[in-house]
Design a protein around this ligand. Structure first.
Ligand code: AQP
Length: 344
């Protein structure tokens, strides 16, 4: 790890901040899964770490996107980052396609990734099943681009949800392979263990992950959904034929609602069970819906204001890309030297 000790005035030792990298695809309306599994946790890290957060538009095109929608969602995703509390002065916030080094390093790393490794990725299997008419090579090599995203910034820690753990393991394997083939080039990143943000499941099929690109509008709750929509979706959430609010095996729907409620209120499962003792699923679902809607209301308000100021969002994009590019260029040049490319 790069916990290098720097000295200030030769006297006060300061520990260099560790680097954190993560991103979200602008491939749909960001869900409470993206919020609880990623963005909410990021806001707690901004003072302690050197945080780099990206809007990963190049990942989004592994699934066919309508260009005008991709463009709009790229602005929206950045606006959600800021509205949710990520301060552009404290974090490097940028859009992936503005830093071409991501694509450059991804190519290099493709040549250090085995076909068999990519073939084992469960997300590829899930996404190719969902997009049977467009199983493109980008969908297959998506984890290599993700490895490049992370390794470019000499990232120490990656705060990812459970669903992305397999991809992070691959990024680590690629880094180790490259380091062993040449010499130490990349920091081998570790998962940042998060307090909250377990895998949030679909409200329609609670054994499946909640996804922003789910075709069923009742399966996911978007951060920007209206209060009425949020309450309605929770009321319709699939549960089971039991009536008691308790966390137990086989009660996937209720377990999911309890974990969402717990993330938003900070209450643990036994407190929630006591709170709803003697009450039915109807009361519980309403409470979850109202809590989620009320907690997200300030984000929606800030988001609306930010979206009226595109110029500001573009300034954030530009300065974030400049800062990211400076770091990325150093890694790419180091990699290219080791590979034997001629530098000019
Ligand atoms: N359901 C989830 N529970 C917990 N964390 C989640 N994340 C996504 N869904 C959940 C976390 O959000 C971050 C960004 O994800 P992404 O947009 O890069 O890709 P994804 O995981 O594929 O997200 P979606 O919403 O499922 O997008 P689509 O539908 O486009 O594939 C990651 O940190 C992820 O862990």
């Amino acid at each position: 790890m790069n916990t290098e000790i720097l000295t200030q005035n030769q006297e006060t030792p300061i520990e260099k901040k560790k680097t954190i990298f993560s991103g979200v695809q602008p491939s749909g309306n960001l869900t409470i899964g993206n919020y609880l599994g990623a963005i909410k946790n990021w806001t707690d890290l901004q003072d302690k770490y050197n945080c780099i957060y990206c809007v990963v538009d190049m990942h989004a095109i592994t699934v066919r996107q309508v260009p005008a929608e991709l463009r709009r969602r790229t602005y929206e995703t950045l606006a959600v980052y800021i509205a949710a509390g990520l301060d552009p002065e404290k974090n490097t916030l940028f859009v992936q396609s503005h830093v071409p080094a991501h694509a450059v390093l991804a190519w290099d790393l493709n040549c250090f990734t085995m076909f068999g490794e990519l073939n084992r990725m469960t997300q590829f299997k899930d996404k190719s099943a969902k997009n049977a008419d467009n199983i493109n090579a980008g969908l297959f090599t998506y984890p290599v681009l993700m490895a490049a995203d992370i390794l470019l910034y000499q990232t120490d820690l990656v705060p990812v949800g459970q669903d992305q753990r397999q991809h992070l393991e691959l990024a680590r394997d690629i880094a180790v392979r490259f380091n062993n083939t040449f010499s130490d080039t990349f920091i081998v990143p570790e998962a940042y263990i998060q307090k909250t943000g377990m895998k949030i499941m679909s409200l329609a099929e609670p054994t499946k992950k909640m996804s922003k690109s789910d075709a069923n509008p009742n399966a996911s709750v978007a951060i920007l959904d209206s209060k009425d929509d949020i309450i309605r979706k929770f009321k319709r959430a699939v549960t089971d034929s039991d009536t008691v609010v308790r966390y137990a095996e086989g009660k996937d729907g209720i377990n999911n609602l309890m974990s969402i409620y717990s993330c938003f209120t900070g209450k643990d499962y036994s407190e929630i069970e006591r709170e709803f003792d003697g009450k039915g699923y109807g009361d519980f679902k309403l409470a979850v819906g109202e809590t989620v809607a009320d907690s997200l209301a300030p984000i929606r308000e800030k988001f609306d204001a930010l979206m009226k100021d595109k110029k500001y969002l573009e300034e954030v994009m530009r300065s974030g890309a400049d800062a990211a590019q400076r770091i990325a260029a150093k890694t790419v040049s180091k990699v290219h030297r080791k590979l034997g490319y001629v530098g000019l």
